[in-house]
Structure formats: C-alpha cells, structure tokens
Design a protein around this ligand. Structure first.
Ligand code: PRX
Length: 669
C-alpha cells in the first residue's frame, strides 16, 4: 500500500491482516448483516427519516415530536425540535419501573472497596440530589460544574442535573484549579459539586482544596459548593459557601419530579481543546445526544440487559458521558466504574476487575492497551477473562501491534474488536465496525455507521475517491448528536466546524484516508492539537500557560510520538532577559530574573504547567532556547520545531532565519 499524504501528514502504514467476525457472536448479535444493509441504504438515501424512526423507537418521549430536522438556523441544526423529554428519566425510568433491583453501577475503589447500586438505588439518589439542587435554587437551564472523582456520586450528580433540566459541565478531576476556574467562569456556574478528595495511584487527589484555590483566582459566580464525603480527608470549610451533600440530601425531599425539556435544551457542556488557547464549551442537546449514545450502545457494543459493561474513561471526558453515564444505563446494562490507576497496586488490576465482575464488554484507550502490553502476556494470563465477548478502543489511532496484542492476549483470539472513531463534538461513535458484521483490519476504524455521511475531501471540498489518498475527514450531513454550539461563542463554532466548506460540511479537524475496500484510516489531527493518552490538548493552551509564567518571554509547543501516550508535549521556551537595574536582589523565577540552573528552570516550569492546566499537560521535554525560529511575517515555524522535536531530518527552508546558529541550538538537548 503506498504512503498517503495530506500536507505534512504522511501515512506509511501497510496492513493486510483481516479478521472476520466470530460466528457465535454474529449469531447472537442484535445488528446483523441484513438489517445493517437496510439501515445503511436508508441512511444514505434519506437520513432524516431514518433518524426520525430511530428516535421514536429508542427514546421515551413525554411529548412526541413531529418535526425532524430544522435547518433554519444552519449551521446550528435542530432535531426533533417540537418534542419534550427528560434525559435522566428516559435512561433510568424504564429500568426503575420494570427491573428496579437490576444492578446499574458496580463501583470499585482503588483500595478494592466495592459498592453496587441497583437501578432503584441510583434513581433514589438522583431524585434526592435533584431535589437538593432545586432547594438550592438551581433552575432549568442553570449551569452546574461537577468536579468529582470517578465514583457513583459523579454519575448521580450528572443525572440529578439532567433530572431538573440544569446543564452539567463536568471538569476532569485531573485538571488544575486554574482550569477549573476558567471553566466555571466561562459557563457562569453558580453551583459546584465536588468531593473532599479522590484516589489515584495510591495518592489523594484533593478536589475540594482545588475548588477552594480555583475560587480565589478572581471574580466568579459561584455561591454554593456541595461537597460529597468520599475519602474522609480533612478539608478547609467556608461556612457561607460550602455544604455537605449528605446533610443536604438527608434533609431534601425523597422525590423530585422530572423537568421535561425541549429536545434541543442543552443537556451538558463539556470543555475541550481547540487550536487556540481558550477551551471550547461544547454544547450538546438532550434528545439527539441521548439517541446516539443509546443507539451506538446497541449497534457497536451489542449491549443488552445482561451485559456487564466497563468503559474505563473518566466522566470528565466525553467517553465517560456517552458510554458510562448515559448510553449503557439507557440500555439497562450493569456499568462498572473504577476509581484508580490501571496499574495500581499491580499491573493486573484491570484484568482482576474484569474477572471479579464478569465484564462482558470492555472499552478502553490505546494508551492503556500499550501500557499494559508492555507488562507482558503473563499478567493477563493469571485472570479468567472468559466472560469478555467484545473489546473496544477509542481516543487515538491504535497501532496494529497493540491491536494484535489486545486481540490475542485479552480477547483470546476470539473477541471482535471495535475501533471506534468519534469526538467530543460528535457526541457518540461515528465510524466503527459493527461487531457481528464487519471484518476488521488492525488500525482501521472501518466504516461509518448508518446515517453518518463521513467523507474525505481535498482542499476545495471535493471528495477524494482515489484509494489511500489522504485528506480532510468531514461529515457531509447533519446528525442528531452533533454539537449545537460553542458556549457563548457561536462565531467560533461556525468558523471552526463549518468555515471552510459550508454549512452542510462539518470539519472534524482530523485527516484520514480510505483504502480500496472503503475502510477509513485516521491519520491524525490537522490543527495544533496534541493527543496525549487519548486526550486532546491544544498546544496553544500549553503555550499560554508557559507564557503566563513571570520569567517566560515566549514559548512554542509541539508534539512528538511517545511509546505509551501516543503523543507527548515538547516545549521550546525563551526566558526573559535579566533586568538592567542594579541592586535588585536576585530571586530566581521572579519577573525577569533567570534561574541559576537550567534543571531548576525546567522543574519550575513543568510544575507551573501542572498548576495552570493539570499534570496531563506537563511537557515531557522542555528546552530553553535563545529565540524561536520565525518566518519573515513573524509566524513561529512550527513544522521546523516539530521536526526537531521528533529528531527528524530538517527539510524546511531555514534560509530566512536571522540567526543561522539558531537551528543548531534548537537541536541541542
Ligand atoms: O483525532 C481523533 C482522535 O481523538 C479526537 C477526538 O478527541 P476527543 O474529543 O477528546 O474525544 C476522544 C474520545 C471520543 C479525534 O478528532 N480519535 C478518537 N477516536 C479515534 C481517534 N483517532 C483514531 N482512531 C480512533 N478510534
């Protein structure tokens, strides 16, 4: 297979292995060849009527809809827009009524402590917290920030918001106080739900303390912080602002009637990185989102009530929304959640959990697979993984070697693997194998799901039909679970996602190619986004954080491939020069004063990024340089920096650089 290229993105992957679906899986699968063909045919010729039928079939409506797709505010599309429903009620209600004792959530803490909540218990907790929020003056449409460990109460908090029509915005517990502050302010949230602390890798993650710090950064709208007692850690208390969740919920009414909202009512905001420094509040709808999350649980995970589903994502990411908090609960499955690191206290932890709870469908990220693969085949071999019937992966391209290991060692050579491509913006899985039907190729997410008009286009928006030629991955027809807006910035929404090829052509920001069989191969991001351990981080965000340090004059951040994380962050930093005035006592790291040792600078700046953005954004490499290479128009030559960071040969024209020695210096470790 020839190498394909889009701009500077080269694909040299050649993969000829093919795996047919396993027979016994196919026999039991809910989505079989015939039905899939029919859905694809309808999805192609009349996607609007297909989505309407699916929405009627899959969702519990309070008021049925009559209109399907409203294009009047394109590219802000509305779906099923005269209907009403409640997302939490639609997910949990049927199961609470019909099978209240079925386990909904099985939680395992890092210390091995375990708790199970039935659908009834989950529903009760949601109603109590919903009533509490109402009692605290939270109304439909108000934003509530959730900053929680991965525990059942995080899911309870999301559903409690949904139950009363409040818009939740979950901030990943690994993000720093500064990031939390920015998100609280952007969402203008008056209430924050948190916990004393979480656990990860044997350490406490002090969430309440981070909330306290966040609320000291500046002006903010927060009037109430509701705190779950989780780890028992001691915390500081602000009498006027803070309340214990258990005290409020004990005093609250036991029932909380659901708020039925219009289908387009925002269910949640979730902040994600783009190519500028400011995170984007991705706004999702209620009905369209829930439809896709539930439907893909059936189509892609073949999920049913007797399944024990474990998606290892934190609720702070979109995967933890669609495939922990909403989709699988709407399917009546039992959802496993684990609060802790995959290798704590030993490398077999994931497999131990699969064995303990009889996990049937397991969904994780390539970065976790690579990290666990490095530990060898013996560890998984110690556990009984025979309950697994389907494996999934998401977040970044999976390298064929990791795919093969997953297939052979975890799936015993027998489990289908679904490599699912999607994004925070798409709300649910878009391109993926259908496990009972699609033959898979390691490293390819295969074909778009029915109703998803994915295509690869060139610079002019023309479809590329030639096999293996890379281009822009786009979606050429609106779909129900697409984002509706960027919170408070419709201009940016329009520009980022529709600016290039018009209102009907959503731009994913990824490049991809299609092989001769029509299979999609994702080649990476086209914008300045780094994919660290399956999480998108804007390089601009890290640059902004670095430049906010008093000693930093300029910074440029690029990615380089990393064996486990997929990509890691490489920062080039120019420090401010020493001030000319005499008599100023040197204080390393303060405004304009250099550090005495380069190591100390690097340590300080890494810690600074931790503080500003969280450990996930910490640069693995940080090189102090005299200047950054720039074009005549003053643009930083990022391609050059990328080549240097990757140790590649320099092909770019550097003749315009003023300081010819600069390249040599940039290359010095
Ligand atoms: O570049 C693609 C990559 O992750 C990006 C979306 O990141 P985020 O919004 O954080 O959501 C991650 C979880 C859905 C995409 O633009 N990506 C996601 N899944 C895959 C992938 N790249 C290749 N293969 C995948 N299966």
């Amino acid at each position: 297979m020839p190498g394909a290229s889009t701009g500077n993105i080269e694909s040299v992957l050649s993969e000829d292995r093919r795996f047919d679906p396993n027979r016994s899986f196919t026999q039991r699968a809910q989505l079989k060849q015939e039905l899939l063909d029919e859905l694809c045919r309808r999805g192609e010729s009349d996607p609007v009527s297909l989505w309407a039928d699916l929405a009627r079939e899959m969702l519990t409506w309070h008021k049925p809809f009559t209109a399907t797709l409203d294009r009047s505010r394109a590219p802000h599309f509305a779906w099923f827009s005269d209907g009403e429903l409640n997302a939490s009620e639609a997910c949990l209600g049927p199961w609470i009524r019909n099978e209240p004792d079925r386990p909904a959530i099985v939680y395992e803490g890092e210390d091995g402590d375990s708790r199970t909540l039935s659908y009834r218990e989950l529903g009760d907790a949601v109603e109590r917290l919903g009533a509490t929020l109402r009692g605290q003056g939270v109304a439909s449409g108000d934003r509530v920030v959730i900053y929680m460990p991965m525990c059942p109460e995080a899911i309870v908090a999301m559903h409690a918001c949904a139950r009363i029509g409040a818009v939740h915005s979950v901030v990943f517990g690994g993000f720093s106080a500064r990031s939390l502050y920015d998100r609280v302010v952007d969402a203008s949230a008056e209430v924050v739900i948190t916990a004393d602390a979480g656990r990860r890798g044997g350490k406490f993650v002090r969430l309440k303390a981070a909330v306290d710090r966040a609320l000291e950064y500046g002006e903010h709208p927060v009037r109430r912080v509701i705190v779950f007692r989780h780890s028992g850690e001691e915390i500081a208390w602000h009498d006027r602002r803070d309340r214990w969740a258990h005290e409020l919920t004990e005093a609250a009414a036991a029932d909380c009637p659901a708020e039925y909202v219009n289908t387009e009512h925002p269910l949640f905001l979730l902040y994600t990185s783009g190519s500028t420094g400011k995170p984007k509040g991705i706004q999702h709808s209620t009905a369209g989102y829930l439809l896709h999350a539930s439907l893909t649980c059936r189509w892609v995970f073949d999920l049913r009530e007797d399944d024990v589903f474990w998606c290892t994502a934190d609720v702070g990411w979109i995967t933890g929304h669609s495939y922990v908090a909403y989709g699988p609960l709407a399917s009546g499955a039992t959802v496993v959640i684990y609060e802790g690191a995959p290798t704590w206290p030993h490398g077999g932890r994931f497999w131990e959990i699969c064995e303990r709870y009889g996990v049937t469908v397991f969904y994780t990220a390539p970065t976790a697979i690579r990290a666990l693969m490095k530990l060898g085949d013996e560890l998984p071999g110690k556990y009984d993984l025979s309950s697994l019937r389907l494996l999934g992966t998401v977040g970044e391209p999976i390298n064929p070697e990791a795919w093969m290991w997953y297939h052979r060692v975890i799936g015993n050579g027998d489990c289908p693997i679904v490599d699912t491509w999607w994004q925070t913006e798409t709300g649910g899985i878009m391109i993926s194998p259908v496990p009972g039907v699609t033959s898979t190729k390691p490293g390819s997410c295969t074909r778009p799901l029915p109703g998803v008009h994915a295509a690869i286009v060139d610079e002019n928006g023309e479809e590329i039909t030639e096999p293996d030629r890379g281009g822009y991955l786009v979606i050429r027809h609106p779909w129900p679970s697409m984002l509706r807006d960027i919170w408070g910035d419709s201009e940016r929404y329009r520009e980022t996602y529709f600016g290039k090829f018009g209102d009907d052509c959503y731009i994913t920001g990824d490049s991809a190619r299609r092989d001769a069989d029509g299979y999609f191969w994702i080649m990476g991001r086209l914008d300045d986004v780094v994919n660290v351990s399956g999480h998108r981080l804007g390089t601009m965000e890290v640059e902004s954080a670095l430049v906010a340090h008093p000693s930093v004059a300029e910074a440029a951040v690029v990615s380089r491939p990393h064996e486990i994380k997929g990509e890691s962050i490489f920062a080039f930093v120019v420090l401010k020069s020493v001030p000319a005035e005499e008599g100023v006592p040197p204080s390393p790291g303060s405004e304009g004063v250099p550090f005495s040792k380069p190591d100390a600078v690097q340590r300080e700046l890494r810690a600074w990024v931790d503080e500003q953005l969280g450990p996930i954004a910490r640069p693995d490499d940080l090189r102090i340089v005299d200047a950054l290479p720039k074009t005549r128009s003053g643009k930083i030559m990022r391609r050059l920096l990328r080549s240097i960071a990757r140790g590649e040969e320099i092909n770019q024209d550097v003749s315009t650089l003023e300081n010819a020695d600069l390249v040599r210096q940039l290359m010095q470790p």
